[in-house]
Ligand binder design. Structure first.
Ligand SMILES: *Cc1c(COP(=O)(O)O)cnc(C)c1O
Length: 448
């Protein structure tokens, strides 16, 4: 058979170019995501559009589980709902074996709706309504008490409904990373945590089964987790020896960083943040060396959010216009604003062009489409020259953006999941005016 003629092409290689900070610039175009062309995603679902990779979510989850399970015998992950509670996303984590970690009544009900057994839901946070607590007690969920008022309320509820609650306390401590998150839970150093434990063990209808902490988010110090694990282990051993109430689990919370680059960081996140394995080493070595009998090692629970999904998320957007600012700087206006890219507050996201672009690049300010001065997606980024209608792909936006996003001036866009076979699925429709007005009421006297 005669071969089809292909026109020869010459491609200039960009690899290895240094920018003024001595780090490599990377203008490789992103034309496809998991095999699906960016162009067809925009044609099918509009622009802007969030895209999630099921492959990457599963890969992250399995790698994290492996990092811990190869180092410690009893490990359980619980998906942090607030990080991304789209049901399709949660179901992927639950299929992989993850429990649910929720911090509000509606998240609790979402987890139940996603088929999670009551005794595999961890109920955290300072705001648990009485009705939610009763529900959680009856469903045998793991209630992590945040403050004394909640403890007293639980004691009162359990007595009233004559049921026993399975509880843990959230503990905060000085881990050497400041400011400490001491507004959540009971403090270790000043004895509050130990007092709370004593009150729980002494109460009739409470069963103390675990100890919990969540020391921060995007934590860059593995040592902080060693300190946290040490202090939780100390409490656990005292629970057993002094109160004859051994705990079943230690929950080290979440907080591991994704490979995003923090604003103002000198080097890219991929090169600098510790890996999940580094954190697993710090935590499991501490627990294993602490002195538990081998058959009494507590279950280790992790509530990782960000690290498991950030790099599985993309935001595709389109260029609306270019202009020159009064000082001559190039400005490009894109069709997504900071209202749907909350994490642009902290990260210099990697932003790629969705096509092979020219060699010429220029420092550019990226503005969103909102009629507000603060809508700056990026103060300064070196980009090839883009034209109206060109697509850009913002990377590592899977965590928190799809829960903290705001409807403001523009509607929230569609969210698409690309499955293991490279097929795309709409998992959240783009919002419409009808959706927006569904919750509104106009008083009769203003109706006509
Ligand atoms: C938000 C949260 C998590 C997840 O935190 P990440 O930093 O995203 O890993 C885990 N546990 C609790 C209690 C949380 O509030």
């Amino acid at each position: 058979m005669k071969q089809k003629y292909e026109r020869p092409t010459i491609k200039k290689m960009n690899t290895g170019l240094m920018n003024k900070f001595g780090t490599r610039t990377d203008f490789d175009p992103v034309e496809v995501i998991d095999g699906v062309p960016v162009k067809s995603l925009v044609a099918d679902y509009g622009s802007p559009v969030f895209v999630l990779s099921e492959k990457q979510i599963r890969r992250n989850y399995q790698a994290a589980v492996r990092s811990f399970k190869t180092r410690y015998p009893k490990v359980q992950f619980a998906w942090s709902y607030k990080t991304n509670y789209l049901n399709a996303v949660c179901k992927i984590f639950h299929q992989e074996g993850s429990w649910a970690e929720v911090v509000s009544g509606f998240e609790y009900h979402k987890a139940l709706g996603n088929g999670v057994a009551g005794n595999q839901i961890i109920f955290n946070g300072p705001d648990k309504k009485e009705a939610d607590l009763i529900f959680a007690i009856e469903n045998h969920s793991l209630i992590h008490i945040d403050h004394y008022d909640e403890l007293y309320l639980l004691i009162e509820i359990c007595k009233r409904i004559n049921k026993t609650a399975k509880v843990a306390i959230r503990v905060n401590f000085d881990t050497g990373v400041y400011p400490t998150w001491d507004r959540f839970g009971f403090n270790y150093e000043n004895g509050q945590a130990w007092t709370a434990i004593n009150k729980i063990v002494a109460a009739d209808h409470l069963e103390l089964i675990g100890l919990h902490c969540h020391i921060g988010t995007f934590m860059l110090s593995t040592a902080a987790y060693s300190v946290a694990a040490t202090k939780l282990c100390d409490l656990a051993i005292r629970c057993k020896t002094e109160l004859q109430n051994p705990v079943q689990y230690l929950d080290l919370g979440g907080g591991f960083p994704s490979t995003n680059t923090l604003k103002g960081a000198y080097l890219p996140g991929v090169d600098t943040v510790p890996s999940v394995e580094d954190f697993a080493d710090a935590i499991t070595n501490t627990i294993l060396n602490f002195g538990f009998a081998t058959d009494e090692l507590p279950l280790l629970i992790l509530e990782s959010g960000r690290v498991l999904i950030d790099d599985a998320g993309y935001l595709i957007g389109s260029v609306l216009a270019n202009k020159r600012l009064s000082d001559g700087r190039r400005a490009t206006i894109v069709d997504f604003g900071i209202n749907i890219l909350f994490t642009s507050n902290w990260y210099d996201h990697k932003i790629s062009v969705a096509k092979e672009a020219g060699q010429y690049t220029e420092e550019t300010v990226l503005f969103g489409p909102l009629c507000m001065n603060i809508d700056v997606v990026r103060e300064s980024i070196t980009l090839p020259l883009l034209e109206r209608g060109d697509q850009v792909v913002v990377h590592k936006v899977g965590a928190y953006n799809m829960t903290q996003w705001m409807q403001f001036i523009n509607m929230r866009p569609a969210v698409v999941l690309i499955d293991m076979q490279g097929k795309s699925h709409l998992i959240r429709k783009p919002e419409t005016l009808a959706y927006l007005e569904m919750m509104e009421e106009v008083p009769d006297y203003l109706s006509n």
